[in-house]
Design a protein around this ligand. Structure first.
Ligand code: GBH
Length: 503
């Protein structure tokens, strides 16, 4: 919908926030629902540090970040933000910013050091998360807890390849989840099983740029393994949803679901029918891969079956029944979204281990037009209209209330704290993406319940180490001093002023 056709009146429009040279998109600060939740998000390995403190076991990231030659820019998260030892301060910081929600993940190997269903529990690890949850609640901040944000216990990888063995992984993950529900579920009312199954499958088990670094070069079976990993995630998710609903939800009354990431794709050449198809197909291969079985309770998308053939595992009859049964219990669609890309159809035949649907992704289209201004990461472009279209795509396909569980960007030159605090680019990006949500809600009828910015604070950005900084709070990794950037105050103020009851 064009801005002219907008339902927002002139008085809703607070014109042009933080103009950036060469970027002509105005931020309008459109209204949001009165009960819309604003939150911040992090992940255990990225912020906790304390890699072997108090009995924590090794995760695949502790191993991967210490490989020689380094796969992570020579950096590891042994200390990182040292959140494990600065947690009370970090909770106070969030309280000072007025956040409603804190999304964090539990480190599996911190509470079950060896990870397996018969392995001992580490009570000191449990105590840390209990303390965190209690402090959040004391500040009226809702904990939203991710069980798995990429840091599998090293011991289960050594034993059976973790995600590569569906039955073993599922049994160990069920025990881990049951432990979390029984110890934390009296206070945690929103659970996420897995963060970004696409990234776990493709980046960790095909490209090899994330732990455990399974990849083409290592002579593994990249034709089938990423799809096996995805299969394991879907079935483990469904099994844990069933367990939560049967054993915990009646007394704990919480919600559970999954977090999926995905770009929106525009056709490389809008006049080309094959590129239009490629853009749609790319989203089906990225998002439908997981969301169809999880939210619709069906098989993988038909396009994927036809294209991947025997490379894609089958769901057995009892597994199909499990998916059908559990689909309606997924209470929200957790969406991690950062940017939009162009999709260009490639000539057949695809590579043997192609995972894209034979699509090339670019940031520039056939007319040489960029999808949007680049952030400090080349792929992460400011493209709020793609975000709005993705919200519509997901809503129309799944009809599940959406929570934005991650969104944000890194800016240029943020190592230096003085430059970092004046983060106009980020404020602009966040403002535009929030406006896209307002439009999706009020003009398109999409149900969006909340927005969690990535990230609360600068942290260890996986294979990119401490290079890109996504925080709304700057962290000096030498002194561990936290300094809020202006975007933190921007979000505090904008949520205060723009949330109101729909008129
Ligand atoms: C999220 O992953 C993670 O959940 C979070 O831990 C992380 O810190 C945050 O985002 C910021 O990266 O598509 O090939 O051009 C996002 C996963 C990784 C998907 C980078 C897009 C871009 C490379 N993203 N990827 S590509």
């Amino acid at each position: 919908m064009s801005q002219e056709a907008s339902m927002f009146s002139a008085s809703d429009v607070i014109v042009s926030y933080s103009p950036l040279t060469g970027h002509d998109l105005p931020v309008q600060e459109l209204p949001l629902p009165a009960d819309f939740a604003w939150g911040t998000a992090t992940a255990a390995y990225q912020i906790e540090g304390a890699a072997s403190q108090d009995g924590k076991g090794k995760s695949i990231w502790d191993t991967y970040s210490h490989l020689e030659p380094s796969r992570t820019n020579g950096e590891n998260a042994d200390i990182s933000c040292d959140h494990y030892n600065h947690m009370p301060e970090d909770v106070e910081l969030m309280a000072s910013l007025g956040v409603d929600v804190y999304r964090f993940s539990i480190s599996w190997s911190r509470i079950i050091p060896l990870g397996g269903r018969n392995d001992p529990i580490n009570e000191k690890g449990i105590a840390f998360y209990n303390d965190l949850i209690d402090r959040l609640l004391a500040r009226s901040i809702e904990p939203v807890v991710t069980l798995y944000h990429w840091d599998a216990p090293q011991a289960i990888y050594d034993r059976y390849g973790a995600f590569l063995d569906t039955a073993e992984f599922r049994a160990d993950f069920e025990r881990y989840a049951r432990l979390c529900f029984s110890r934390f579920g009296d206070r945690v009312k929103k659970w996420v099983t897995f963060n970004e199954p696409y990234i776990i499958s493709i980046f960790a088990h095909l490209n090899g740029t994330l732990a455990p670094g399974h990849c083409r070069e290592a002579g593994t079976d990249t034709k089938t393994e990423p799809w096996r990993v995805g299969h394991t995630i879907i079935l483990s998710h469904a099994a844990v949803v069933q367990m939560y609903v049967d054993e915990f939800q009646p007394s704990q009354t919480g919600e559970i679901s999954i977090v999926l990431n995905g770009h929106f794709y525009e056709p490389y050449d809008a006049a080309s029918a094959v590129d239009v198809d490629a853009a749609e197909r790319r989203m089906v291969f990225y998002i439908g891969w997981f969301a169809d079985p999880v939210f619709l309770g069906t098989d993988y998308p038909a396009e994927m079956r036809a294209y991947l053939g025997a490379r894609l595992p089958e769901f057995m009859p009892d597994e199909r029944a499990l998916l059908r049964r559990t689909a309606p219990f997924n209470a929200f669609y957790g969406m991690n979204h950062y940017s939009t890309k162009y999709a260009r159809a490639l000539a057949d035949p695809p590579a043997e281990d192609d995972w894209t649907g034979n699509v090339e992704e670019t940031s520039v289209n056939s007319e040489g037009k960029e999808i949007g201004p680049a952030s400090a990461m080349g792929w992460l472009r400011v493209a709020p209209s793609g975000f709005r279209k993705l919200l519509n795509w997901v809503w129309n396909r799944y009809h599940v209330p959406v929570i934005i569980t991650e969104n944000g960007c890194p800016c240029v030159g943020e190592d230096d704290v003085a430059t970092a605090v004046d983060d106009k680019f980020r404020q602009r990006y966040l403002g535009l993406y929030l406006d896209a949500i307002s439009r999706a809600i009020y003009e398109d009828g999409v149900v969006v319940r909340g927005y969690y910015v990535w990230s609360l604070m600068d942290n260890y950005e996986w294979s990119a180490g401490y290079g890109p900084r996504y925080g709304i709070v700057h962290v000096d990794f030498k002194t561990l001093k936290r300094t809020p950037k202006n975007s933190a105050y921007y979000l505090r103020d904008t949520f205060k002023s723009r949330r109101r009851a729909a008129s």
